[in-house]
Design a binder for this molecule. Structure first.
Ligand SMILES: C[S@@+](CC[C@H](N)C(=O)[O-])C[C@H]1O[C@@H](n2cnc3c(N)ncnc32)[C@H](O)[C@@H]1O
Length: 292
């Protein structure tokens, strides 16, 4: 389909050297590995963007991206076009189940006086994962933590992070059309969203104020100062990186977890033994680990 579009749109075909140059740039700056089979995706994405800004050849556009004056700004737009933002609320049910049935109960049992629960959605795209985590944690506290327990007043703080600034702008708006909220359970939809006159759904302030969004590059995590997290979700992100990068990213994620904290990856995204400090949780179809 992309190849067909490409032919119809009549974008210049890249030769091997050009393709290598662009994939190296992408790999250097984002860590993402673009295989040969995705050449037409690259040609289409670059071609469309070049057309928008009135440029006609890959080499000139490449130089434009290096320019001190315009390069950085243009890069932010381009990286958004080259990254896949597909996401949805309650995307992977077994991961939600392990959160509700194992992770949250263990975190609250091990710290009954808990005042804060810190959750990180790494590669959060337009916010659906971060809001899902906020809703599930809030429901857990409301319905599972006894009234007598101090952690009933525990503050939930979810941080969504992504390399795509336009995706984060949408995440902060927190307005989703009907199709986007189709997997949100009916009672959650009623409780956490306001239906607008245009039929779209706005996340209510009560949930919105607990979720913040910050631009970041997952391969530059060393530069990010963060308090250690109780839970990190990093789903459908590692698939874009090669084995060595995945290893480095997991290493950094583990560093940002509290001892006894949990890491949840997308099913099939980890390496066979991702990290010596991680112990796998035995839960069907979910890839979750506790930090020893
Ligand atoms: C397919 S989405 C996954 C969204 C969400 N985690 C989910 O599972 O539904 C992948 C996200 O990873 C982000 N991403 C890709 N490379 C990144 C990087 N180097 N640093 C941070 N985010 C990155 C993309 O911008 C995109 O929003």
């Amino acid at each position: 389909m992309v190849a067909l579009n490409n032919t119809l749109l009549n974008f210049e075909q890249m030769d091997e050297t050009q393709f290598q140059r662009w994939t190296n740039l992408l790999e250097d700056r984002t860590g993402m590995h673009l295989p040969k089979e995705r050449r037409s995706f690259l040609e289409t994405s670059l071609g469309l963007r070049m057309k928008e800004i009135g440029m006609h050849d890959y080499a000139a556009y490449y130089e434009h991206l290096q320019s001190e004056r315009y390069g950085q700004r243009e890069w932010l737009t381009l990286v958004d076009r080259l990254t896949i933002h597909e996401t949805r609320f309650f995307r992977h049910q077994p991961s939600i189940d392990v959160l509700e049935q194992v992770i949250l109960p263990e975190l609250f049992a091990s710290e009954p006086q808990r005042k804060k629960l810190q959750i990180w959605s790494a590669g959060c795209s337009t916010g659906e994962e971060a809001y899902t985590l906020g809703m599930v944690a809030d429901q857990f506290i409301r319905h599972q933590v006894p009234y007598t327990q101090q952690s009933r007043n525990c503050y939930i703080a979810v941080m969504g992070m992504d390399i795509s600034v336009p995706a984060l702008v949408n995440a902060r708006k927190a307005i989703y059309d009907k199709y986007k909220v189709r997997y949100v359970p009916e009672d959650y939809l009623e409780y956490y969203f306001d239906r607008q006159q245009d039929g779209r759904y706005q996340v209510r302030d009560e949930l919105k104020k607990r979720v913040c969004f910050v631009p970041f590059n997952i391969i530059d995590m060393k530069k990010v100062l963060l308090e250690p997290m109780d839970i990190i979700f990093c789903q459908n992100v590692l698939i874009y990186f090669n084995r060595e990068r995945r290893k480095q990213i997991i290493e950094q994620l583990v560093k940002r977890l509290k001892s006894g904290g949990f890491l949840v990856l997308g099913a099939g995204e980890a390496l066979t033994s991702p990290h010596a400090e991680l112990k796998k949780i035995d839960f069907t179809n979910a890839l979750a680990f506790v930090k020893k």
